[in-house]
Design a protein around this ligand. Structure first.
Ligand code: FRU
Length: 543
């Protein structure tokens, strides 16, 4: 406490001596502090203090001569307190910061031009990796790498949203805040059913990386359904910088390994993924390491072709490359090569812990710029993963979760069409939030496209065997039968080829024409076995 008082006093003194710092006092009588942000203003340090405590700090681009968008802090926890916002340097925007019962821009929230309508995006600021994906007490938790104060990466907090159905999300307050050990990098969450940690039965525990001078692994627990966390006072629980002589040690993914009655952590360290084990989440033992991965490790077991008596383990990294193999709780032994299912603008995907019934649901970070918006990036649509035998061997498949059907508003369904007939029918489709299912054959082979507003969103090139520019190996080459499933939102397009054998994620290009969906192919020949198009509801309608 004394140390903190001294730091704050020192801060004020330093600022006064250099005549640069600015303090602005608030009696917190409303829920939100709103700040004006200018994209090209210089970034500066901001502290919120209660005089004897620094409540939080952040880098922020307070507006200098124009406001591009507004961001906020929820200060409802400090009601009736006198707090001071301290800035490194003066800026005209500081006088515009105000307290309100609402966030600035609430009237247009979720209706902004480029706001994805059935994918999760944060109300304000930047998001990257999904974190702490866990199902608990009827809620799917989606924590995520969040910069609440800017459209760009920085100030890493754990943002937080919950959903009852993986489709409709409610954003809550940030759950983990930067502290003296660093900013809050990626990690996972588990439910400590047997009270191994001593914090109580069924406590939700988060494992995260504190990114300061080094990257250390820490834990925190929540006794209010994941809304707020208390950080463990014995943190960090792992500091492996010296072991690897490397700063890159991060992104703990923890899960319960029933057979050994213990916790397993997969941790990215230096050049691959390490395995650690623990009985109580606090003391961890290093077990083994697999090289060839970078960031955001994942390790889970899946039935092969749906048969629960034959399972394999999948190990993957942030890029989505994976290996399948065996795992005995201590060591992962790869069998076969390294492959990839999802290509394009998805990174750092994570799967849910604790889903009843064993569904393996994944959400990935959509590395998609949201032009001109007070938020940036997005989460891609949740998918269900499965392991299936193909002609090339065992592969990881990824399909939109079946809950996507809840979004269906209007359905068009056609069968046995020629290319010309299909294009006539497609003119009936009006919405720009779409779910498409196409079964098609190209009798003369070589190529076909599905275009949307003048841009190609599905392209098969049979000369080079490319699907949307990525190498694609068909199970029955020469037959040219395809099943394609597409999700089109405001700024993104996800394509699932042949029941999820390959997935591509891409930004939706700016419209070139007013035309909606149009098929094209070599010599205008295409056999459309079936074509279903669903217009979708926005998930924010009832927000
Ligand atoms: C992956 C990543 C993680 C890290 C986080 C920081 O996108 O670099 O390794 O924890 O983002 O935001």
């Amino acid at each position: 406490m004394l140390k903190k008082v001294l730091i704050v006093i020192l801060l004020f003194i330093t600022m006064n001596v250099y005549n640069q710092g600015v303090g602005k006092q608030f009696l917190i009588d409303k829920d939100y502090l709103n700040y004006p942000i200018q994209n090209d203003a210089e970034s500066q340090k901001m502290f919120l203090t209660s005089g004897d405590d620094t409540l939080f700090y952040a880098d922020i681009r307070i507006a200098e001569n124009k406001t591009d968008y507004w961001v906020f802090t929820d200060v409802s926890a400090y009601k009736n307190k006198n707090l001071t916002l301290v800035f490194e340097k003066n800026s005209s925007g500081i006088n515009k910061i105000y307290l309100s019962e609402e966030i600035n821009g609430v009237d247009s929230l979720y209706k902004e031009t480029n706001r994805p309508q059935f994918h999760f995006t944060s109300r304000r600021g930047w998001n990257n990796d999904p974190n702490g994906l866990v199902y608990f007490n009827g809620e799917y938790h989606l924590y995520y790498q969040h910069n609440p104060y800017e459209r760009n990466w920085g100030n890493m907090h754990w943002g937080h949203a919950v959903s009852k159905d993986l489709i409709h999300w409610k954003e809550l307050n940030d759950a983990l805040f930067p502290d003296k050990s660093g900013t809050m990098f990626s990690g996972s969450a588990i439910i400590d059913k047997n009270n191994t940690s001593g914090w109580g039965e069924n406590v939700l525990v988060a494992a995260y990386t504190a990114a300061g001078k080094s990257q250390t692994q820490c834990i925190a627990y929540s006794i209010d359904n994941g809304r707020t966390f208390k950080k463990y006072d014995g943190n960090p629980v792992i500091n492996s910088k010296e072991k690897w002589d490397n700063i890159h040690t991060r992104d703990p993914k923890v899960f319960w390994y029933e057979q050994n009655n213990e916790w397993v952590m997969v941790l990215f360290e230096a050049n691959g993924h390490s395995i650690y084990t623990s009985k109580n989440l606090k003391e961890w033992t290093y077990e083994s390491h697999v090289t060839g991965f970078w960031e955001c490790p994942e390790l889970f077991e899946l039935p092969v072709d749906g048969k629960t008596d034959n399972t394999k383990w999948v190990l993957y990294g942030a890029s989505g490359t994976y290996m399948t193999g065996s795992f005995d709780g201590r060591e992962f032994i790869p069998e076969g090569g390294k492959y990839r299912t999802t290509y394009g603008n998805q990174y750092a995907a994570q799967t849910y812990n604790n889903i009843p019934g064993g569904r393996r649901i994944q959400i990935g970070w959509g590395t998609i710029e949201q032009d001109g918006m007070p938020f940036n990036q997005m989460m891609m649509f949740p998918t269900e993963l499965s392991l299936r035998t193909t002609n090339e061997g065992l592969r990881l498949f990824s399909n939109p979760v079946e809950e996507v059907n809840k979004l269906h508003k209007k359905e068009y369904s056609w069968e046995n069409l020629t290319l010309k007939e299909a294009n006539e029918k497609l003119k009936e489709v009006k919405s720009d939030l779409l779910h498409i299912k196409l079964k098609v054959n190209i009798p003369k082979g070589i190529w076909y496209n599905l275009n949307y507003k003048g841009n190609s969103i599905v392209t098969f090139d049979g000369n080079h065997d490319l699907m949307n520019t990525y190498q694609y190996i068909q199970d029955f080459p020469g037959k040219y039968d395809f099943e394609v499933e597409v999700l089109i939102d405001r700024t993104s397009v996800e394509v699932f080829f042949d029941n999820g054998k390959m997935v591509t994620v891409a930004p939706l290009k700016k419209p070139e024409t007013d035309e909606g969906l149009v098929l094209e192919s070599a010599e205008n020949e295409l056999i459309i076995h079936s074509l279903k198009v669903y217009e979708l509801n926005s998930i924010w309608n009832n927000y």
